[in-house]
Design a protein around this ligand. Structure first.
Ligand SMILES: Nc1ncnc2c1ncn2[C@@H]1O[C@H](COP(=O)(O)OP(=O)(O)OP(=O)(O)O)[C@@H](O)[C@H]1O
Ligand SMILES: Nc1nc2c(c(=O)[nH]1)N=C(CO)CN2
Length: 173
């Protein structure tokens, strides 16, 4: 059994529909869904704003790689194309595995480049941390500490004012 936090985001096409389709496909595993946030592009400024959300999922049968495989399947279903010249460029849907835990609550650590856990840039990203804290207010990012403390770091504080809640786009009915 593993639990995982997945980050969902996209800034091309029907952004809301892509998030909704991903959440619907994850339904068998869904424990909690965050609010939706409109967020400024991180890492590559010349692109439209993103919609971002986070989900907590669980599956008694899933290994960490199964979450990656499912994430990549969701991206493919949204027609995601990779532009090798733009590492952090625009996309219909990005689904990242942010962190995962065994069923006894131990964080899963991996430095495999195909699946690095926790996600190596999560602690720097207001677009990941803000939705995540909605669903795990007392959560910790393994290796980095409390989400509440990460929200107060210089890098994240600089981006937080641009992260706007979109209650009109709630993903849970
Ligand atoms: N925790 C993880 N979650 C998702 N992909 C990962 C993770 N760790 C490593 N990867 C690998 O990263 C590669 C690039 O993934 P992707 O194109 O989604 O990156 P990106 O979204 O552009 O950048 P970032 O990972 O910084 O959000 C994938 O081939 C995937 O195997
Ligand atoms: N705001 C925001 N910026 C990003 C996002 C994202 O989901 N939201 N994903 C990226 C992929 O690495 C790069 N930049």
């Amino acid at each position: 059994m593993t639990r995982a936090v997945l980050s969902l985001g996209g800034n091309l096409g029907d952004r809301e529909a892509h998030l909704r389709a991903a959440v619907a496909a994850l339904d068998p595993y869904l424990l909690v869904v965050s609010g939706v946030y409109e967020t400024p592009p991180w890492g590559d400024a010349a692109q439209p704003a993103y919609l971002n959300a986070a989900v907590l999922v669980a599956d008694p049968a899933a290994a960490p790689r199964d979450w990656l495989r499912r994430a990549q399947r969701l991206e493919a279903a949204a027609g995601r194309e990779r532009d090798p010249r733009r590492r952090f460029g625009p996309r219909t849907l990005d689904v990242d595995v942010i962190a995962a835990w065994t069923d006894d609550g131990e964080p899963i650590v991996s430095d495999d480049e195909d699946l690095t856990l926790p996600h190596p840039r999560a602690h720097l990203r207001a677009f990941v941390l803000r939705p995540w804290i909605d669903i795990m207010p007392y959560g910790q990012l393994p290796g980095h500490g409390w989400l509440t403390d990460l929200m107060n770091t210089e890098a994240v504080l600089a981006d937080l004012p641009g992260v706007r809640p979109r209650p009109d786009l709630a993903l849970e009915s």
